[in-house]
Write a protein that binds this ligand. Structure first.
Ligand code: NAP
Length: 258
């Protein structure tokens, strides 16, 4: 993106859940590094977060760090964000990607498993967003993107079931309500709702057969790639997206027409 030219690596983007090698977060972190963002990867797997940051930094030249944190734990997030604040330029972008799937059918669902899905997918987004917003509000600038899902709109239908679907629907309400409070601080808050994307979150790496099966109702005739989603997030983090807030962007190849 051209908006960072001349201001290379003066702003940091924090990405949660961006350590996994085949995940949407990793692809997004790489794109943002190429666009001139300093990168902070916050993931439950500290070693993988550090390895991902080292790889991004050596391939693209800019600063990147990886920190370990459980997004559902406030103290763990607080410590991780403090580390990022000490090491990198001011945080101007946040992408909430940390999440888990949940293929349990409703009548087999337990309160413990339900709470775990909500703790990571929704409470984690709340905790990280609130912590990062402190600095953004002080600096009067920020771009926040959180990952919902087509499951929120269609009630599942790909892999995960009720708990996941409900937690991802919560992300949409969260996004709209936080956006309402953040406009006056010059901070945009948006969500993206991907359809099936070729990562490992739906019970492991997708076989060609599973991809073909999932693609049958997709207008574009294929499942999405990590880079399809990364490109949209990169745009929503850019200066050019300053008049977009409280929005949820479908990115599903036409599987869901809203
Ligand atoms: P992914 O590679 O599994 O990414 C999720 C990441 O979150 C992993 O690195 C995972 O670490 C991390 N994580 C899990 N629990 C965490 C916690 N408590 N604290 C911090 N990090 C944690 O899968 P993905 O497909 O890229 O998913 C990224 C986001 O997109 C998720 O929110 C997902 O729900 C959403 N999404 C995906 C699709 C799709 O089809 N792929 C569609 C719609 C929405 P570990 O690997 O170590 O567990």
């Amino acid at each position: 993106m051209s908006d960072n030219v001349g201001a290379l690596f003066t702003r940091t983007a924090v990405l949660t859940g961006a350590a996994s090698a085949r995940g949407i977060g990793r692809a997004t972190a790489t794109r943002l590094a190429v666009a001139g963002w300093a990168i902070a990867i916050l993931d439950i797997d500290e070693d993988a977060a550090q390895a991902a940051a080292a790889e991004i930094s050596s391939s693209h030249g800019g600063p990147a760090i990886g920190v370990g944190a459980d997004v559902s734990d406030e103290a763990s997030v607080d410590a991780a964000i403090a580390k990022i604040e000490a090491a990198l330029p001011p945080m101007a972008g946040l992408v909430n990607l940390a999440g888990i799937s949940s293929p349990t059918e409703f009548m087999a669902e337990t309160v413990e498993a339900w709470d775990r899905v909500f703790a990571i997918n929704m409470r984690g987004t709340f905790i990280v967003t609130q912590r990062v917003l402190r600095g953004m509000i002080d600096r009067r600038y920020g771009r926040i993107v959180s990952i919902s899902s087509i499951s929120a709109q269609r009630g599942g239908g790909t892999y995960s079931k009720v708990a996941y679907s409900a937690s991802k629907a919560a992300i949409i309400g969260f996004t709209r309500a936080v956006a309402r409070e953040m406009g006056e601080h010059n901070i945009t808050v948006n969500a993206v709702a991907p359809g099936p994307i070729d990562t490992d979150i739906m019970g492991g790496t997708l076989t060609d057969e599973r991809k073909a099966e999932m693609s049958s109702d997709i207008l574009m005739g294929r499942v999405g790639t990590r880079d399809d989603v990364a490109a949209l997030i990169e745009f929503l983090l850019s200066e050019d997206a300053g008049f977009i807030t409280a929005a949820t962007y479908d990115i599903n190849g036409g599987l869901q027409i809203s």
